[in-house]
Ligand binder design. Structure first.
Ligand SMILES: [Zn+2]
Length: 606
């Protein structure tokens, strides 16, 4: 046996390459069975059903799912044990020894063990909270042994290559997640399932977010000096905090410790993310904590703001120091957000200071601004903190065919190479037909962060079969289009919530012509191939819908206050939406990030 170390998206900690075993001869695969522990958990149940479903789609053979201890048919030639079975324990595979979301795959001869560290909750209904190691082991096999791809959530996005039999490569390996936590924010179950297939997962105790929203009500009357001071010297309860104030820091730690003691043994994470807005206290102590003004040029929206990165870096360290008096292992979580984003050089951070990096420099970017975003990240990394990606930039684009795949992938790979401990994208807007290529690449980078982007793109295109070249040309057209029109895409930070208002400026009707032509070619190429044709229709429907949105926007702005004309402006669009049956084409839910959510901001009639 030979020890090998391989780096994958999920870091392989131990591989023992087994001698090549002889393959079961054709026909025997009909005897494969899946064996699950009794009682079966929700995680293993989904793992078993997905394994059964995809193997049947690939090979035509439906494997029975049997509870451990029941009679296995004598014709069974290969047993696939999922989760914490007694057989796995007897083979030395104890899930209790695995870290959260980690898994072991052992295949030797006709026995396969897929064993993960699983939680008790649901794999989907708890968001990404429940650990799902066994499910990840199944997705590893479906991905690497069967070649299954999930281009987007739902059936039409499933690419399942035909195989004669299920062939699982001989191996004995344990895989631990590359990231401490990862994911995109969404509540749509199909999308959460898709994220699981991209091996995204939560983390123990990792809860954070704008954290002082209710402090005004609780403390302002007694402690106005904990709150933002304006330039005239007045304090305000509902803005940012006076983070240099020692009494404020002390109260944060007291509150956290009181809560922490109610949950003995739970991980110590202290949330100190500033409220949703700039850090703006003008008191002499806060100002004394600030660093120098960073040089220009700076991207929008950082071109006119005052730098408070050093102030918040010092604040994090002050809170960490106090909290360590209670628990030496505590971690504090803050946001490098708004005017906190700048390189905080001059302040040394502890690695137990975790910062969510929120670069509000939306795509497409100039090369100079792209590099600026990476420079600020490096400032925080070099200061010694632990960073995760927490961008808002996926909120952009409405439902338009914006293609920023390469810049997004470059962000991810740059950060991953330079210390990234996790991801939390705000949000997954779910426009899979018009932004799906970027999303697919982002998903696959979570599986394998070092994968060359072109390899992932080729994987995506090849799922369109005979239309692969046209689909490649289609997405390349939109990527080129956005790079060639940087001037019209240069937006203010909050522009995305009113995107439909000026969508025709960014996507004039004539911009659709070349894309429509390419789509026609793609359709012609897929005649006679129903799977590939359905995928092309998925993209084309999104394109038609986007163009109707532009037409509606133009008509709506011409309608003025005339209610009849306003209604007529969106009539064709709404009628088209009724014909769209796949909820993944564009997000038609009532949520804030859906098409409707954006249009409601402008009072478009429903
Ligand atoms: Zn202050």
């Amino acid at each position: 046996m030979q020890q090998v170390l391989r780096l994958a998206g999920l870091v392989l900690v131990m591989v023992t390459a087994m001698g090549s075993m002889s393959r079961a001869s054709a026909g025997q695969s009909n005897g494969d069975v899946i064996i699950v522990p009794q009682p079966v958990s929700s995680v293993v149940d989904l793992a078993a059903r997905d394994l059964q479903y995809y193997v049947e789609r690939a090979t035509g053979v439906r494997m029975p799912i049997l509870p451990e201890g029941s009679d296995v048919p004598t014709s069974a030639t290969r047993r696939i044990y999922l989760g914490a079975t007694r057989a796995a324990l007897e083979a030395g595979l104890d899930p209790a020894r695995l870290s959260r979301d980690a898994y072991s795959i052992r295949k030797s001869g006709d026995v396969v063990y897929l064993v993960g560290a699983d939680g008790k909750g649901g794999p989907i209904d708890g968001g990404l909270r429940t650990p799902v190691g066994t499910l990840f082991a199944v997705y590893d096999v479906l991905d690497n042994d069967l070649g299954v791809r999930w281009l987007w959530p739902g059936k039409s996005g499933e690419f399942v290559p035909k195989q004669a039999t299920l062939q699982i490569r001989d191996r004995d390996e344990t895989v631990v997640p590359r990231f401490r936590f990862s994911g995109l924010r969404t509540e749509r179950p199909e999308e959460i399932l898709w994220m699981r297939r991209m091996r995204m997962h939560g983390a123990d105790g990792m809860e954070y977010g704008h954290s002082f929203g209710d402090w005004g009500k609780k403390y302002f009357a007694e402690h106005p000096d904990w709150f933002e001071m304006d330039k005239k010297g007045e304090r305000h309860p509902d803005k940012s905090m006076c983070v240099s104030n020692p009494g404020f820091q002390k109260q944060i730690v007291e509150n956290w410790w009181a809560e922490q003691q109610k949950h003995p043994g739970s991980r110590s994470i202290l949330n100190i993310c500033e409220n949703d807005g700039p850090g703006a206290c003008c008191c002499p102590n806060c100002l004394a904590w600030d660093g120098p003004e960073p040089p220009w040029p700076r991207p929008t929206p950082y071109d006119t703001v005052h730098n408070v990165a050093q102030r918040y870096a010092r604040f994090s360290m002050a809170v960490l120091k106090l909290a360590r008096e209670h628990d030496p292992n505590v971690e504090v979580v803050g946001y490098a957000y708004s005017n906190i984003i700048f390189d905080p050089s001059g302040v040394a951070l502890d690695r137990n200071v975790i910062m969510g990096y929120v670069p509000d420099v939306f795509f497409p970017r100039t090369a100079e601004m792209h590099e600026w975003v990476h420079r600020q990240w490096m400032g925080w990394v070099n200061a010694g903190g632990s960073l995760f990606m927490r961008p808002n930039y996926l909120l952009h684009g409405y439902c338009m065919p914006v293609n920023w795949t390469r810049q997004l992938a470059d962000d991810f790979q740059f950060f991953e190479t330079h210390g990234m401990i996790g991801t939390d994208f705000d949000s997954l807007t779910g426009m899979w037909s018009t932004m799906g290529q970027s999303l697919y690449v982002l998903g696959r980078l979570h599986v394998n962060p070092k994968a060359p982007v072109d390899d992932i793109l080729n994987e995506y295109y090849s799922a369109f079969g005979p239309a692969a070249n046209s689909v490649k040309a289609y997405w390349e057209y939109w990527e080129r289009y956005s790079q060639e029109h940087l001037d019209v895409f240069r937006d203010g930070l909050w522009f995305y919530v009113r995107y439909p208002e000026q969508v025709a400026k960014r996507f004039p009707l004539e911009s659709f012509g070349p894309a429509e032509k390419i789509m026609e070619e793609a359709e012609r190429a897929t005649v006679g191939n129903s799977d590939a044709a359905a995928r092309v229709v998925f993209l084309k429907t999104g394109l038609q819908h986007a163009k109707l949105c532009v037409e509606a926007s133009l008509a709506f702005s011409q309608a003025g206050t005339d209610t009849v004309k306003r209604k007529a402006a969106v009539e064709k669009l709404l009628a088209f939406r009724k014909t769209m049956t796949d909820p993944m084409v564009v997000n038609q839910s009532d949520g804030d990030v859906s098409c409707k959510g954006r249009e409601t901001n402008l009072e478009w009639p429903e």
